[in-house]
Design a protein around this ligand. Structure first.
Ligand code: FE2
Length: 170
């Protein structure tokens, strides 16, 4: 299965069922497998965007359209899950560190920024996926790289600092 099919077959929001293994942290039960799956899907999206950026000005129209269709719903679903399940569990597991509470405020702010940026990236990918000529490949590549590199940094922070605190380890 190639990357585009994987993006198009995201099942993130349909996998919240009782068969998912959970880990315990304080009073909360966190579906560890779901969180790993969420980060995996975001990283697959980043990889797909990197392949698009690397081949510009050549364009794989189907890859662009697949990524364009996946970006916003994928990020919205994952962000909602993190903000309603993961971050509250993380905050409940903290002792008394304002710096750590500031972390979740920053992560929530990054979610908003990423969703706004996702809208712009989607527009560009839809345009070139529908055959619009790429006039400035360098600018499009710069935009895509800025987006997926930001997503990767965000995921790395959550994997290194947030998830271990709630018992989700790679
Ligand atoms: Fe996040």
């Amino acid at each position: 299965m190639n990357g585009e099919r994987e993006l198009g077959s995201s099942l993130f929001d349909t996998r919240r069922d009782s068969s998912i293994p959970t880990v315990r942290s304080g009073r909360e039960a966190v579906p560890a497998a779901l969180m790993r799956r969420a980060h995996l899907e975001k990283l697959q999206l980043c990889d797909a965007l990197e392949r698009i950026a690397d081949t510009l000005p050549r364009v794989d129209c189907l890859a662009c359209l697949a990524a364009a269709n996946a970006i916003v719903p994928l990020l919205r679903n994952i962000h909602q899950y993190e903000e309603t399940v993961i971050f509250p569990a993380y905050e409940a597991a903290l002792t008394s560190s304002d710096a750590n509470l500031a972390s979740t405020r920053r992560l929530r702010a990054e979610h908003v920024e990423d969703e706004c940026f996702a809208g712009e990236v989607t527009e560009i990918l839809l345009a070139i996926g529908h055959g619009e000529k790429v006039d400035n490949a360098e600018a499009v590549g710069f935009m895509l790289r800025g987006f997926f590199e930001s997503l990767r940094r965000h995921i790395a922070f959550e994997r290194e600092h947030v998830l271990p605190m709630i018992g989700v380890v790679d």
